[in-house]
Unconditional design. Structure first.
Lengths: 239, 221
């Protein structure tokens, strides 16, 4: 935790992120180059799904990161409310749209994947529905944090919302599972494939790593932007 | 506790002197529900099938509609500052406001819903189940909505934002409330659904007052 407290100072954070960003960006680009080669060219097509299985290499990492992003929002919200870290507010502001984008990418690629596989763009499957609700929770967070003239109020209201949301997510997930099994048992949607073959699992993990790097780079860049924006606002007010 | 009762009776008296505010919400509930048969068509089997879901959704909307004034009036005239300074917990004050909201909207909605259910051709057993689920489920809506109202206090576009925040969090209650009516057709245990609704209400009761109080404190700063 001592390291995190060290980064709580926006100026120090800025120096830190400017030092690591070039390297991280380069690593992200290289990692994606390798990952895309592995995912699109190297890995074999699925024996049932054919080439469409390659959508998974974008779809699954997006899903993982959109969930991890909401957990990060909750952690940032807690550290804003408990320790009043000035950086936590800025980083939460930077994280929410990135997480929402990953959730949207997950929904869109899933829908494109569903068309050839299930014959429909959308089914009210439990997983699809809970991902959609996660996307709505992100939208609520983004809208609330930007709804006040005083940005500090928006940050703190959004932090409370993120904590309430993270408590509610398991309940929502559970209720949606229940709702779906009640309405359409034995559904055609079987996302949980039987054990994944290593030839596909390896590129998937590689892509997940690349997406994680991309997520970190985006959050760092956007946090820097938020710091600059806040500085400009303060300069405007004092001028 | 005396503060809780004092605030509750004050809010109820305020509503009693201006009953129009509640009447509008109930009228919205009736009109919105009646639109569904008009939009979908008078086929009795379809209406009976969708009745529980429609009534639950419109009850949810009606209860959101009245929430954006829950704390706003106190915020504007300064009563909220007095509540913040009061020697008893703000959590209790927030709970009292939500209790008052439930008594003037949740309770009448639960009474009205079976009457509207009759026009959808619901059998008597389903009408009782509908009233029971609304009775147990609407406190959760008042609490979650109260939290959204506290979070959006003084925000731009407060009303629409409130709905955006509260509706995803109300999904579990909606699912169990509406599906409870179907248990009568599938032969499942209705009491299990009501028990889950009660559990959701208790979770909301145990968690939302703290979050509401935190939101109200930062609104008062």
């Amino acid at each position: 935790m001592a390291d995190l407290h060290f980064l709580a100072n926006p100026a120090r954070f800025r120096r830190f992120s400017q030092r690591v960003l070039p390297g991280l960006t380069l690593a992200t680009v290289l990692s994606f180059a390798v990952g895309l080669y592995l995912a699109l060219l190297q890995s074999p097509p699925d024996y049932q799904q054919g080439e469409t299985v390659r959508i998974m290499f974008v779809h699954v990492p997006s899903a993982w990161l959109s969930m991890a992003g909401y957990a990060l929002l909750a952690v940032l919200g807690a550290s804003l409310l408990v320790w009043r870290h000035p950086l936590a507010a800025l980083m939460a502001r930077a994280t929410a749209p990135v997480g929402a984008c990953f959730a949207l990418v997950c929904l869109l690629t899933g829908s494109l994947w569903g068309r050839p596989m299930w014959g429909t763009y959308w089914v009210w499957d439990a997983r699809l529905t809970s991902m959609l609700l996660l996307f709505f929770l992100y939208l609520g967070h983004i809208a609330l944090s930007r709804a006040y003239d005083d940005p500090d109020r928006g940050d703190r209201a959004a932090a409370i919302l993120a904590l309430v949301g993270v408590i509610n997510l398991p309940i929502i997930k559970f209720s949606v599972d229940w709702w779906n099994t009640l309405h359409q048992p034995a559904s055609i949607t079987r996302l949980d494939a039987p054990a994944i073959h290593p030839a596909i699992l390896m590129p998937l993990l590689w892509m997940a790593g690349s997406f994680l790097l991309l997520f970190i780079v985006l959050v760092l860049v956007r946090t820097e932007t938020e710091i600059d924006r806040r500085r400009l606002e303060i300069a405007d007010q004092s001028a | 506790m005396s503060g809780f009762l004092a605030l509750l009776s004050r809010d109820l008296r305020l509503v009693w002197r201006r009953p129009g505010d509640v009447a509008v919400v109930l009228a919205f509930f009736i009109v919105a529900t009646v639109l569904f048969p008009l939009g979908i068509g008078p086929a009795a089997n379809i209406l009976a099938r969708i009745a529980a879901g429609v009534l639950w959704c419109t009850a949810l909307f009606a209860s959101m509609l009245s929430l954006d004034r829950l704390f706003a009036a106190d915020y504007e005239d300064g009563s909220l500052d007095l509540l913040l300074l009061a020697p008893w917990p703000l959590e209790l004050a927030a709970l009292a406001k939500c209790a008052a909201h439930w008594i003037v909207t949740g309770l009448p909605l639960a009474v009205l819903a079976p009457l509207l259910g009759v026009t959808f051709g619901l059998p008597p057993g389903a009408l009782v189940a509908l009233a029971a689920t609304l009775l147990v489920g609407t406190p959760t809506l008042s609490l979650i909505g109260g939290l959204a109202a506290a979070l959006t206090l003084g925000a731009r576009r407060g009303g629409a934002l409130l709905a955006l925040l509260a509706l995803p969090l109300c999904v579990p209650t909606l699912i169990f409330g509406a599906s409870a009516i179907e248990t009568l057709m599938t032969g499942e245990d209705l009491l299990a659904h009501i028990a889950i609704l009660a559990a959701l209400a208790l979770v909301a009761l145990a968690t939302t007052p703290w979050a509401m109080a935190a939101a109200l404190r930062q609104a008062g700063e």
